[in-house]
Design a protein around this ligand. Structure first.
Ligand code: 2HA
Ligand code: ZN
Length: 271
């Protein structure tokens, strides 16, 4: 029995979630040209349908990702614009089935669209992060990479290229950041975009953090769903925004006092 991907129970809702969040990324101004990418591990909801879907011949993935064997991932296409993913998610997203013990992937054929899209240029880092998430039984299924202006601007200031300093500043700007990003963001010093070094450094940070900030480049966050990953970046970006608003007005943000932050920590049971 042939199955159409969109008919799989739960898929239309997932596509809708992706649509909403990619629209936000564009509206926020964090997604110039083809900036950013998104992936979603949909194995839990779609695995039983894999045998009914038509896939192309497998392509080797470079490195092995054994924990991803037989997983199904949605990834944005290379060169695709977030505003286009928002407008037409189905034509801008690749559906990948990881096969051959995690050493290859095969792409779902979408004959009805007639468009061939290749996966994001950051595919190897997305696969490596999903591999780490599955290996550690983590709940996060979604990875979002985007270019939030104020957070990137902070990484052009030497003083803030330091994990403790940038977190203490971001936490001090608004209670939400302290409460919802209680573990802080992971700071990754400048590394070449798309490189294995950047992927490895990011994975190192994601063991303890859900947001990684890449110096002079952008942000990457993980979440149980697209909204959760988006919210984390949005909260951190808001702190950075307020910091710069004070600065532009000629003031230095006073920040919430250490005493008030300690009280917040106790009230919300933050470790
Ligand atoms: O996907 O943002 O870092 C385009 C990028 C690469
Ligand atoms: Zn980027």
């Amino acid at each position: 029995m042939k199955t159409y991907f969109n008919n799989i129970a739960g898929i239309p809702e997932i596509i809708e979630e992706i649509k909403k969040v990619t629209g936000f990324l564009w509206e926020k101004g964090w997604a110039e040209r083809n900036a950013g990418n998104l992936s979603y591990n949909i194995t839990d909801i779609a695995q039983e349908y894999i045998e009914f879907l038509d896939f192309e011949t497998p392509v080797k993935s470079g490195k092995p990702f054994p924990n991803l064997d037989n997983n199904l991932l949605l990834v944005t296409g290379t060169g695709t614009r977030m505003r286009d993913v928002f407008k037409n998610p189905y034509n801008n997203i690749c559906i990948l089935h990881i096969v051959e013990n995690g050493t290859a992937y095969r792409q779902f054929q979408k004959p009805e669209s007639g468009i061939k899209i290749l996966p994001t240029s950051e595919l190897s880092s997305h696969l490596a992060i999903h591999e780490m998430l599955v290996a550690n039984n983590r709940e996060e299924k979604v990875i979002i990479h985007t270019h939030p202006n104020n957070l990137i601007a902070l990484t052009h200031i030497r003083e803030f290229c330091d994990e403790d300093r940038i977190n203490n500043m971001l936490w001090s700007i608004q209670p939400e950041t302290r409460v919802f990003i209680h573990e802080g963001i992971g700071f990754v010093h400048y590394l070449q975009t798309g490189s294995d070094d950047l992927a490895d450094a990011t994975i190192g940070k994601l063991k303890k953090h859900r947001v990684a900030l890449w110096e002079k480049h952008g942000c990457l966050a993980i979440g149980k769903n697209p909204a959760e990953a988006f919210d984390l970046i949005d909260i951190a970006e808001k702190s950075a925004d307020i910091f710069f608003i004070c600065k532009s007005a000629g003031y230095k943000a006073e920040g919430i006092s250490k005493k008030n932050l300690d009280e917040l920590q106790q009230a919300f049971n933050i470790e």
